[in-house]
Design a protein around this ligand. Structure first.
Ligand SMILES: [Zn+2]
Length: 723
């Protein structure tokens, strides 16, 4: 393939855009998986779709004569998209209308609605580069009350995505006409039907497939991508946005360089939304933070997931005839491809907004079907109405959730998980309500049966408005049980398998050296099933499955997926417990609750691969329990985590009694250093090897634990180096 320097790319694109109104058209180019998509992104193209044509994977993109020349120069075979209708710009459609069209355009329609309906209020929140108002509609009372939570819906960041504006227009009408009055009175609901009015207008008057705003760039090209211009993770890499002005995903010269972006930001400062949905088209996705980096999960992941659903229980059905998918894939933004400077990451980071990007409609169709949905959507109210009604349940769930987003209920019935341990091994991750005190320490029982205490920390990416995620500094294959001091959380692994030499009884997949932990991970190229041995879960309650995974599916080809199944009866019957789809190039943890596994003597799990290159590692079954550490010393006596002690602390544990235990630590000459009591159910004392503010020297000490009239004595030796 011919190589060109970035400088040549810039020159080609600069030459490209000196043409005033570019002819843009849909084109397809062969790609090979996510790496191929990233290559196109690094050339500045936005991939609209990926489909299989004559057995080959092709990406659908928008090209001009000049950008096509660039692709050809780089060795791409560029072809027209079969079945895509010609898309002349015009303002004479039955359903679609421009922003400015007299009488029936978006601006005129909103003005007429506001004049005729006391529940519809129209305001301008800023002006575009060409001076058009960015219109915000408030539905309900005219006044804006700090006592009422704000909810925001937006359409058309990207000019050509017309169906997104039509969906927001229908939403305004529906909310004013049909939303229950009590809900209307208790929310401040806002709709911005056209975030990018200049670009939108341009698609009716000059170029149907225009995407960006109408900024005249310094090199003579036009347009900044409004959904790559927000000041969150702006420009962190050149795949999630482009520094090259002429490209489709140009992020602008600086964060928030565009007046349209600044208008949305000012709106958020004045009316910070508790929840928001930004509609785009197309692909059939409900995306949420984070999008800027693969594998990164938001601390409020369980809230996002409750509303957007899962691949097993999706929140949005796609009921369009012959649509590519039957439901929209929900997931972090990176499951489609990485984006930076994007709206939902920004709103979540800046205001804690539970913000979604919905890519309306999953597209259609076979070339000979006569149907086509994509950027170019049928000029017919019936399918537009259908898209609106498919998306209404999630919109209503979002409005309802604004009262108490921590208790959100999604259209598929999911609710956010309470405080819990999200991952035990090889990295401990804990999700706590943001108001909860920081877990000052974790007690970790290692594979060798020792107890060590570790700190927990949350960096800024892990702090949400509703939940914080805490991560311990344990990142070994050692943790087997964890107790979160002060949070009432504990969990213990029952079984664990990481495709290592000792992990017997698993069948079906191959071992790959591309491992998360240890030497190997499980891998399957696309059609096999990985089945666990039978696990005895008798006396176990609150059982969950944890694994780490990555997969080379596609956000555009969600028929490729991985199913996770559970059997309580040694494999006679199976039921789906989770499904995974789309693209995940980096390892991320998944926790799946298994209520049916409680007490099962013949528990098995299996991973059924349907066409998706798939990696798994650190597969474990765990139980929630705050009593996991009692087992350690239940055999009698008092125990210490390490003896001789080489670290900075030692954990003393004993079989808990009914009364508080008295713990004493003495020098070998009988001088008392520590005297304390520990009330059950706690049955541990962590000694930091200090007494009276002094670090105690190496040597021999005596530990005495008195509990329920029994007395346990242990000698303890400190042999730290460097003392
Ligand atoms: Zn878009």
């Amino acid at each position: 393939m011919a190589r060109r320097s970035p400088r040549v790319l810039v020159l080609l694109l600069a030459a490209a855009s000196s043409v005033a109104a570019q002819e843009l058209r849909l084109a397809q180019v062969p790609v090979s998986g996510r790496a191929g998509l990233d290559s196109l992104a690094r050339l500045g193209f936005e991939v609209a779709d990926v489909r299989t044509v004559a057995g080959r994977l092709v990406a659908v993109i928008v090209v001009s004569t000049q950008t096509e020349r660039l692709l050809v120069a780089r060795g791409y075979a560029v072809a027209a998209v079969a079945g895509a209708p010609a898309a002349p710009a015009a303002d004479t459609f039955k359903v679609f209308r421009s922003f400015d069209k007299p009488g029936t355009g978006i601006r005129a329609t909103l003005a007429a609605w506001a004049a005729a309906d006391t529940l519809i209020h129209l305001d301008s929140i800023g002006a575009s580069i060409e001076g058009r108002p960015i219109l915000a509609v408030k539905i309900g009372g005219a006044g804006d009350s700090p006592a009422r939570p704000n909810v925001l819906f937006m359409g058309t960041h990207h000019a050509r995505e017309w169906v997104s504006t039509e969906v927001t227009m229908r939403l305004i009408r529906w909310l004013a006409d049909s939303l229950p009055p009590a809900l209307l009175a208790s929310r401040d609901i806002w709709v911005i039907p056209v975030e990018n009015p200049d670009g939108y207008q341009y698609t009716f008057t000059a170029s149907r497939l225009w995407r960006k705003n109408r900024r005249l760039n310094t090199d003579g090209t036009f347009g900044v991508d409004p959904n790559r211009n927000y000041p969150a993770f702006w420009g962190v890499d050149d795949a999630g946005s482009s520094p090259v002005p002429g490209t489709e995903i140009y992020r602008g010269p600086a964060p928030a360089s565009e007046p349209e972006t600044r208008a949305i930001m000012a709106f958020h400062a004045a009316h910070p939304p508790v929840l928001a949905v930004s509609y785009h088209s197309y692909s059939g996705l409900v995306l949420y933070p984070y999008g800027f980096r693969s594998g990164e999960l938001a601390p409020d992941q369980t809230v996002f997931q409750a509303l957007a659903g899962t691949d097993l229980q999706p929140a949005v059905r796609d009921s369009l005839p012959a649509s590519s998918l039957s439901a929209y894939h929900p997931g972090p933004g990176w499951t489609l491809y990485a984006t930076n400077g994007e709206y939902t990451d920004w709103a979540y980071r800046a205001y804690g907004t539970i913000a979604f990007t919905t890519e309306l409609t999953s597209g259609c169709c076979t070339p000979d079907s006569g149907l086509y949905y994509g950027f170019v959507f049928p000029d017919d109210s019936a399918p537009v109405d259908r898209v609106f009604h498919d998306n209404l349940p999630l919109a209503l769930a979002v409005i309802a959730a604004a009262g108490d987003p921590g208790a959100a209920q999604g259209p598929s019935g999911l609710r956010p998980a309470a405080a819990r341990i999200e991952s035990l091994w090889p990295e401990v991750r804990i999700s706590l309500e943001s108001a909860a005190p920081a877990p000052f320490s974790l007690s970790v029982r290692t594979a060798a049966g020792q107890i060590v205490t570790r700190s927990a920390r949350a960096d800024s990416l892990w702090r949400g408005r509703l939940r914080n995620s805490w991560r311990s500094d344990v990142s070994t294959d050692d943790a087997r049980a964890v107790r979160v001091d002060g949070a009432g959380l504990g969990a213990e692994f029952v079984t664990l398998a990481g495709a290592e030499d000792g992990d017997a009884g698993w069948t079906g997949w191959t071992r790959a050296s591309d491992a998360l932990m240890g030497r190997y991970a499980w891998y399957d190229a696309g059609n096999d099933t990985l089945t666990s041995p039978v696990m005895d879960l008798r006396r176990r309650t609150r059982v969950w499955l944890q694994f780490w995974t990555k997969h080379a599916g596609s956000g555009f080809a969600l028929q490729q997926r991985g199913q996770v199944q559970f059997s309580p009866d040694s494999g006679r019957t199976w039921s789906d417990v989770a499904a995974l789809a789309a693209s995940a190039p980096a390892w991320y943890p998944v926790r799946v609750d298994l209520p049916a596994a409680a007490g099962a003597a013949g528990a098995r799990v299996r991973f059924v691969d349907r066409g998706m290159p798939w990696w798994l590692d650190a597969i474990g079954v765990a139980t929630d329990s705050t009593t996991v550490f009692r087992l350690l010393a239940a055999g009698g006596g008092a125990d210490v985590s390490e003896n001789p002690v080489r670290g900075d602390q030692v954990v003393i544990s004993w079989a808990a009694g009914t009364n508080p235990a008295r713990v004493g630590i003495y020098t070998f000459t009988g001088q008392r250093l520590i005297a304390t009591t520990v009330a059950p159910p706690n049955n541990e004392y962590v000694w930091d090897l200090r007494a009276g503010g002094r670090r105690m020297p190496n040597g021999a000490y005596l530990v005495v634990v008195e509990v329920d009239s029994r007395v346990f004595r242990r000698r303890l030796f400190l042999t730290r180096t460097g003392s």
